[in-house]
Design a binder for this molecule. Sequence first.
Ligand code: ZN
Ligand code: ZN
Length: 373
Amino acid sequence: MVTDTLPPIGFSGRADTIRAALDDLPADALAITNLTNVRWLTGFTGSNASVAVLPDRLVLVTDGRYRERAADELATAGVDGEVVIGFTQAEQHDALVQQFRGIERVGAEAGSLTHARWTALAADLPLVPADGLVEDGRRSKDAGEVARIAAACRCADAALAEVAPQLGGGMTEADVRMELEYRMRRHGADGPSYDTIVASGPNHAARPHHEASGRTIVEGDTVVIDVGALVDGYHSDMTRSYVIGDPTQQQTEIYDLLLGIQRAGIDAVRAGVPARDVDATCRDLIADAGYADWFVHSVGHGVGLLIHEDPFESPASTSELRVGDVVTVEPGLYRVGFGGFRIEDLVEVTEAGCRTLTASPKDSPCPPSPPTT
Ligand code: ZN
Ligand code: ZN
């Protein structure tokens, strides 16, 4: 297992961080129903659970499938919490509600609860909306979390290093996707972080989130490959772009322009900077070069237990970057008839600025040559 050599994740103290944040709401306790937040708080990885964060204790409610596993995972994480089993949804509801007896204001995750579940809980509990508390805590990755994200980056780097030299050898987009996903697992990943994007040629590469098809990649194509791995629940995210055969002058110019802009975006990442400023750095340079309408998405997003999470580097963002954020920087230029390029790296915000976790070569749009035997 890749994770055997990685530092542990520091779960202890997370519940206290959430309790401290509750004071500002105000709420006296929190019902956590979002599974990603449950995992971050307790280490529980199953598909059904809710957690009561109470002033003096923590209770995880799940179903019979997870009786042993839940107890094991909380113990492994070093989380001091009680596991309560409900064999039916009604029993789980009652078990969760019971934990909050006597509490005046119970925070709940309005943004991710269904209307039906909110209504059911609100019938039995004095709910107040309490969104974003755990998400905010999730932003600050500790050494164990960054190590997992970095390990996922290494799996994707290794897979791409093996597959990129084969581009143009008659492979289809789907072939490239399959090879990348297989090789990431061979290098220790639990799987792909998301459906690997392989977008080639004048039309497909012009779509930022094209799904790999049966199209054969041919000479003259631009090719956008967006590939990430999953390690112990943590994602990686990286894009590299290529030209098959000798690049035209236009392809070279646009690639070099984008590369300079992407590097400027990475240089803009540091603690204390508004996330929207990283977006603006790239967006303004793209506009200055006359390509404003070739750029159709925002510059980046946080990555962790989810592939897209806070903070988002977009014009609408109100977040400020802080130490422990792990974010992408991924400007792209797309135009039907030309194709497209996107260059994406994953960076960790550090005291000194930022550290790039993805390492695949990007200096040139030419895929590396196949190794000679
Ligand atoms: Zn990506
Ligand atoms: Zn991304």
